[in-house]
Design a protein around this ligand. Structure first.
Ligand code: RB5
Length: 142
């Protein structure tokens, strides 16, 4: 399974921590879409890269991190087939999978700490979609 992760400067430190965590998971092959330092960067550029990869099914999952998660989430959800969920805690990370079948987890590097973010990543990767009534609702989105 392939996952692509990206951030702007506001999410760089958290992205590096998440990337290191993902590299310890044998079932996931990780691609880093940047950025590669803390210099100011435009979040849409990285969000487009990650969302395109997920929309084309080149990656099964994506993770995007900017300062708040908000800008990245707005960009990513412009792509058909992308369900990007801005999550702030374990509850929203779990429900983003169970109810929304999210394929991109979006977080704010200036909003949450590393410890909770890594647990959110684990939940995002291991929690299955509930289907059923939630699938009917997803079908109404487009
Ligand atoms: C960058 O300062 C900040 O605007 C960006 O990381 C993000 O939070 C945008 O939504």
């Amino acid at each position: 399974m392939k996952i692509i992760i990206g951030s702007d400067h506001g999410g760089f430190d958290l992205k590096e921590a998440c990337k290191a965590h993902l590299e310890g998971l044998p079932q996931w092959e990780v691609t880093d879409a940047g950025v590669f330092n803390r210099d100011p960067a435009d979040y849409p550029k990285v969000a487009h890269k990650v969302a395109q990869g997920v929309a084309k099914d080149e990656y099964q999952r994506g993770i995007l991190i900017c300062g708040t998660g908000l800008g990245m989430g707005i960009v990513a959800n412009r792509y058909k087939g992308v369900r990007a969920s801005v999550c702030h805690n374990l509850f929203t990370a779990r429900l983003s999978r169970q109810h929304n079948d999210a394929n991109i987890l979006v977080m704010g590097g200036r909003v949450i700490g590393v410890g909770i973010a890594l647990e959110m990543v684990d939940l995002f990767l291991k929690t299955p979609f509930d289907g059923g009534r939630h699938e009917l609702r997803l079908n109404q989105i487009d």
